[in-house]
Design a protein around this ligand. Structure first.
Ligand code: ADP
Length: 306
């Protein structure tokens, strides 16, 4: 709902309080939702990106997505789409993240109509919703979107955190899947959660998660822990050469969405989701996977029902 044009400024040295000149600038459509979109496109899945965009940067996002053959159907707002800047220097990543536009009441209402038109289309089979809510939207906005999806019997994979997620969990309309990491899970239940499978099993039995079909807790290098209805799984992943893990969770969300669309078995869903997370971590770019290594990693992932 709050995409960005992500700017990367690589600098040999970042000098404070003076001029820094950048030679190699990259500007790409960003935000969690667009990372998911990009990975789905690389899997050759038919995907349409939507959300709020505005101003020249909004136009730039549409243009860049189309250049990559990614269909989009955004809703235009009066505010301006944001920039997010990452300064890469001396092995560090200093980020400057704009908050983004404030959505007006009428834009908020009208987007739901725009979204409903998309959701009810026969071509739309499943909806992935990722990221935080921009200012101006009510905290239960995702619940409203999920209610629309439920009206048309379309499943939702939701990857958000904090109050927005809590609100969804308390609401009667449920996403099919949520994918918190342990930090987000801890925030949700108000106490530190470790990566220990026994502890995770206990936590996921909490009433808060009732009626959520799949809860997939991603654990970085430790793979994942998942609950599907009454079944629990620990996913172990092989050692990989990590280049940049930013966006691995989004890549995992793309894998989950794609696997549900394909009616994959539990085991294959978990394999696909984790392999895509790993493949993203092995690349410099965010929301990019090199599928050459897919099959090898797919066979190396271990799924244990526990
Ligand atoms: P998030 O970005 O949401 O915090 P994670 O960091 O848990 O998500 O990454 C998502 C998935 O990507 C993990 O479940 C795992 O399969 C894979 N992954 C991420 N980092 C690593 C790593 N260092 N080694 C192996 N796999 C990784």
């Amino acid at each position: 709902m709050n995409p960005s044009v992500d700017i990367s400024y690589p600098l040999e040295k970042f000098n404070l309080d003076t001029v820094n000149r950048v030679v190699k600038v990259s500007k790409t459509p960003g935000g969690k939702g667009l990372n998911v979109t990009r990975v789905l496109k690389q899997l050759n899945d038919e995907v349409v990106a939507t959300g709020f965009i505005g101003g020249a940067l909004g136009t730039d996002i549409q243009k860049k997505l189309l250049e990559k053959g990614i269909k989009n159907n955004f809703f235009e707002i009066s505010g301006e789409t944001r920039n997010c800047i990452a300064i890469l220097h001396e092995g560090n990543q200093t980020e400057i993240l704009e908050k983004g536009p404030t959505i007006t009441k009428s834009e908020s209402d009208n987007f739901l109509e725009h979204f409903e038109k998309l959701v009810k289309s026969k071509e739309i089979k499943i909806i992935a919703i990722s990221g935080s809510l921009p200012d101006g939207l009510e905290i239960n906005y995702y619940s409203k979107m999920i209610e629309i999806c439920e009206k048309y019997k379309k499943s939702v994979v939701l990857d958000c955190s904090g109050k927005a997620l809590l609100e969804v969990l308390k609401n009667e309309y449920k996403p099919k899947v949520i994918k918190p990491n342990t930090e987000e899970l801890s925030q949700l239940i108000g106490k530190d959660v470790s990566k220990n499978p026994d502890e995770l099993k206990k936590v996921l039995k909490d009433k808060l998660f009732e009626k959520i079909e799949w809860i997939i807790v991603s654990l970085g290098a430790d793979g994942a822990f998942a609950k599907h209805n009454d079944k629990f799984y620990k996913v172990n992943v092989p050692n990989i050469k990590v280049v940049n893990p930013v966006g691995s969770g989004d890549s995992t969300v793309a894998g989950i969405t794609s696997a549900i669309y394909e009616n994959a078995s539990d085991e294959n869903l978990l394999r696909k989701a984790n392999v895509l997370g790993m493949l993203n971590a092995m690349e410099k770019l965010t929301g990019f996977v090199n599928l050459e290594n897919y099959d090898k990693l797919f066979n190396e992932v271990e799924i244990l029902e526990i």
